[in-house]
Ligand binder design. Sequence first.
Ligand SMILES: Nc1ncnc2c1ncn2[C@@H]1O[C@H](COP(=O)(O)OP(=O)(O)O)[C@@H](O)[C@H]1O
Ligand SMILES: [Mg+2]
Length: 369
Amino acid sequence: MRVGVLFGGQSAEHAVSMMSAYAVMEAMQGSYDIIPIAIDTSGCWMAGASALGLMAAKTGRAPHVSISGASADRPVLAHRRDDEMVPFRPESLTALVDVIIPVLHGPLGEDGTVQGLLELTDLPYVGSGVLGSALGMDKIAMKTMFGAVEIPQVAYQGLMRHHWLRDRAQTLNALEIALSYPMFVKPANLGSSVGISKATNRGALEIAIDAAQQFDRRIIVEQGVNAREFEVGVLGWDDVETSVVGEVTVHGHEFYDYRAKYEDGSTELSIPADIPDVVARQMQELAVKAFHALDCAGLARVDFFWERESQRVLLNEINTLPGFTPYSMYPVLWEATGVSYPELIDRLIHIALERHQQRPSRNRQPLSR
Ligand SMILES: Nc1ncnc2c1ncn2[C@@H]1O[C@H](COP(=O)(O)OP(=O)(O)O)[C@@H](O)[C@H]1O
Ligand SMILES: [Mg+2]
């Protein structure tokens, strides 16, 4: 089977994606025919040797994947190259691979855009479809859906940039009525803590909103909680399994920010988390509920707060394409649950094929299962 591993992308998580994709390709050596496909920061897609070249240039290393003639150094769907527009031809992808693993994080990768393109190509792909990916990327849409199925979460307010720019004082007043300090201000559509700040007073709130609105026209302001942070892996589709629960502890940072996540090693993972069984079970059940509420598929990492004072479990967010290096929380949680890294990849590919078989467009007849 020819497996396209899609990595890079145009989000802030370009380099993180490459680290994950490196590990995925290394683990697949010998079991699959691997076709590396990179998306550079300008959105140009390329396959084969040039994809590995981009990875080597960005991360200093590339897996030893043998490039077959079919995928030798060629653009797949360059939509912009040397200022020349090259039209999208689905057959350039379908001729190359049988299934795609999108190892992409953030906007234009994890948010349903690439998933929509892959739907159009009629190729099976790992992970959630358009709906689950889009809902999982937008923190306001995600929380609206979670609220609809009564998943416990922090109080929050959605805010549009044009409202903010039109009437700052009124917006601040409304936020101070709805929420209390500290508040967390976030662009609705990023990830990796980019553009997020914690505000402990009105002046800081104003600065935080100004910062967030540079990244997105949709902003979310949340009630800050004093809580321990936990993460659960979900694997499956109609029938899903959950991993053991892991705890993330961050040292020397105000919160789990970009540097704590990727740069300075100040993050400690405890797996399984040292919490009562009932609390772990509650997180696992909520993770499954959240996964289905957004119509996710394949994999997701669901992140929780356990509030110190009230002992309430609150769902923070779902990540439909979580970090996937062998040291990332999602694979590590599965390893601790008894699913090895290569087995995890096999299972995800299997789910992708099964899901593709059941695409509505392939079955004009009513589905019978
Ligand atoms: N409402 C909140 N209360 C307390 N801490 C928060 C809150 N929201 C976010 N944080 C802190 O900020 C981190 C990043 O926020 P999160 O919403 O998970 O963004 P991202 O999608 O970038 O991971 C969290 O892991 C947590 O440490
Ligand atoms: Mg997070």
